[in-house]
Write a protein that binds this ligand. Sequence first.
Ligand SMILES: C[S@@+](CC[C@H](N)C(=O)[O-])C[C@H]1O[C@@H](n2cnc3c(N)ncnc32)[C@H](O)[C@@H]1O
Length: 371
Amino acid sequence: MEEHWTVGRVAELAGVSVRTLHHYDDIGLVRPSGRTAAGYRAYSTDDVERLREVLAYRRLGFGLREIAELVGDPGADAVAHLGRLRGLLLARRERVDAMVAAIDRELEARAKGLTVTPEEQLGLLGARLYDAIGGAYPATRRTDPRIAARIWDALGDARTVVNVGAGTGSYEPADREVTAVEPSAVMRGQRPAYAAACVSADAEQLPFADGSFDAAMAVSTVHHWRDPLAGLREMRRVARRVVVLTFDTDEPGWQDRFWLTRDYLPEFADVLHGFPSLAGMAGAIGARTEPVPVPWDCADGLFEAYWRRPEAYLREPVRRAMSVWTRVGPDAERRAVRHLGDDLASGRWAERNGGLAGLDSADLGLRLLIA
Ligand SMILES: C[S@@+](CC[C@H](N)C(=O)[O-])C[C@H]1O[C@@H](n2cnc3c(N)ncnc32)[C@H](O)[C@@H]1O
């Protein structure tokens, strides 16, 4: 005969009140399905297992409605739930470690009398940069057709595509079946109604089985990932083909390529500090690399977009849609904008960069990784 546990005994073992168990019973979340010899309702082994899952998800902060969906998933058995719970706990441990590291960094910076940038402060809270700055994104960030053509070409004959770090959906090909992945609620909330369905997740832990997609793409996002190489490997795991638009920091002269970082914003080098090399990223997924020139009239307001239209960098909405400015902090931003404004007014910028006027596109280090 199958063993059964009374409500009181289960409450004692699980460390919850009998009232809680009655509530779960009332809402249909965990129903004691058996009877004791005396005829009282009691929990079977399966009921106890379900309760264990409910309580574990609860401890991780899930709401009862979400938990009902999770434990009601007919495709998930106890092993699947344990795997999922393990992943959630590891992610939580990583977040705690990251928070401790951020506190250490900030303490060190403050001890040296250094300014703590808004990004560093948000990092400490574990907040997402794009939840803080993403509201300004759609003003200037959109699909540039020439860059899009390169990405779509690289996707080859892929029918199903996962777009990682999808943001508001730029560069998502309309003629394929796209699943978007985007961790920032602010960015997800700005996706147009017609855009592909979007899952909330990080590149470093994609919630898909191996080989789920024909291709995985990531555009202008890898440098935001906590662990770019882990994210790239995840893309490789879930898709046969990987297409990534990123930039090259290997070449020693890269700082000199773009007048904005060379003459006005040397702090950009700090932003890239710790970012993996292009060769390292390509090596992680066995990719080849191709240069992607930035057109002089690039429609996507990315950091390098206005290399032939320098006045654009004086405009606040243009800068607010580029994360670099938040990362370098307000002091560096004010100084760079003031110097650029002065040089444009005095003709010094034109003197130095006059040669750019004759170019239709420029290689400013954007690269496609194709694996
Ligand atoms: C510059 S936006 C690019 C958005 C879009 N791919 C585009 O081309 O417009 C960078 C995006 O990466 C997302 N992101 C940041 N960390 C991420 C991570 N660990 N995994 C996936 N996406 C992430 C941000 O929330 C943001 O939406």
